[in-house]
Design a protein around this ligand. Structure first.
Ligand code: 9MR
Length: 352
């Protein structure tokens, strides 16, 4: 791995007053993070969020199971709370997400069938995107539709949507989102697109095909979200595949958002200084690379502090130590990752 992020730590400390929000703004970028409704109740956290983020996204609160708990019942309370916070702090708001195979409510699985699924999808999108119309910077319209392991030639995941609606469900979702909210940047969002590995290369190829198919079917898609859940143990990378991929996405006239960035330190030794250094180095290296591409307009981490990272509840370290995947630690103090992000944002090449 390059030493750039380590140098960034030293230099970063001299400019620690610059928040990530301000630094991103100076480079013509948005920086922000995913937020949970629980975090929004914590005033120490919300001061940090207001200062550091110019864009926010609800971690779970706009997903089907939360926002559409009954066939004819919508619950906008938690999503509205974040929308109000974002407005009060002049932050942009991402919507996540309108169509996914996970976090569907129990009623959906009982009620949905091949005869009504398309209509259920359209109605949901019309209600939810309609409710937030005018307030959303960008919607993740479809999330994680590719799964190479499922073995289909087009790479599409054998999801409940594919099963009940067929491959057209993606175009249906994008058209419904566009009808409900003509202003939001309509985005396709997926993971495993970053590394120089055969697995990620196959996924990049399938995503490119998917984007091209959507465009040729007249689906109103304007952006790609690369989730960027990175692993600190992945080792050195030239990011060759990612560069080629982003050039192609840019040629398709799509914007790109880094939507869910974090660095999983699962396989690093326990020592905190070493771990923080390696996590920061990967943040710095990755962002220096992707921010060379003019199509990349926003960077969001999946959470702001280690305290609330999904990685700590879902996939604990083998030694039981808490993971440290985000720019702020559990006491909301900036970590080396903060300075690495700050430096990468500040070095974004200027728009000509
Ligand atoms: O961070 C989210 C976690 O709280 C949820 O329980 C989980 C359920 O699937 O989803 C997590 O967020 C995911 C996001 O919505 C889509 N990309 C992967 C994220 C991490 O799993």
């Amino acid at each position: 791995m390059k030493t750039v992020a380590i140098a960034g730590t030293a230099r970063g400390q001299a400019i620690e007053d610059g928040s990530l929000r301000e630094t991103a703004t100076r480079s013509g970028l948005l920086f922000g993070s995913a937020v949970s409704y629980r975090e929004l109740q914590d005033s120490t956290f919300t001061s940090l969020l207001a200062r550091q983020a110019s864009i926010v996204v609800p971690e779970n609160e706009m997903k089907w199971e939360r926002i559409h708990p009954g066939p004819n019942r919508y619950d906008f309370k938690a999503g509205d709370a974040l929308a109000t916070f974002a407005e009060a702090h002049e932050q942009k708001l991402r919507g996540h997400n309108l169509c996914w195979h996970r976090q569907l409510p129990p009623w959906f699985k009982q009620l949905a069938n091949a005869g009504n699924a398309q209509e259920l999808l359209r109605t949901h999108i019309s209600e939810v995107a309609g409710h937030y119309a005018g307030k959303i910077h960008s919607w993740d319209v479809v999330n994680e539709a590719i799964n190479i392991e499922d073995g289909r030639p087009d790479g599409l995941r054998k999801s409940i949507w594919l099963e009940l609606v067929g491959p057209d469900y993606l175009a249906v979702a994008f058209k419904a989102a566009s009808a409900a909210d003509g202003k939001a940047v309509l985005t396709y969002n997926d993971y495993d697109l970053e590394q120089d590995s055969p697995k990620h290369e196959a996924k990049r190829a399938a995503v490119l095909k998917l984007l091209a198919t959507l465009q040729s079917n007249g689906a109103p898609i304007q952006a790609l979200g690369i989730q960027s859940h990175l692993k600190a143990s992945q080792g050195r990378s030239e990011w060759t595949g990612l560069h080629r991929f982003l050039n192609k996405v840019e040629a398709m006239k799509l914007q790109v958002f880094v939507t869910e960035l974090d660095v999983n330190d699962a396989d690093l030794p326990g020592n905190i200084e070493e771990r923080d250094r390696d996590v920061a180095a990967l943040y710095g290296d990755f962002l220096h690379q992707v921010l060379q591409h003019r199509c990349v307009k926003a960077v969001l981490t999946w959470g702001l502090t280690d305290r609330d990272s999904w990685l700590n509840s879902f996939k604990p370290r083998a030694d039981g130590l808490p993971k440290r995947p985000l720019p702020f630690d559990s006491n909301m103090q900036a970590k080396p990752a903060f300075y690495a992000i700050q430096e990468a944002l500040s070095q974004r090449p200027r728009t000509p």
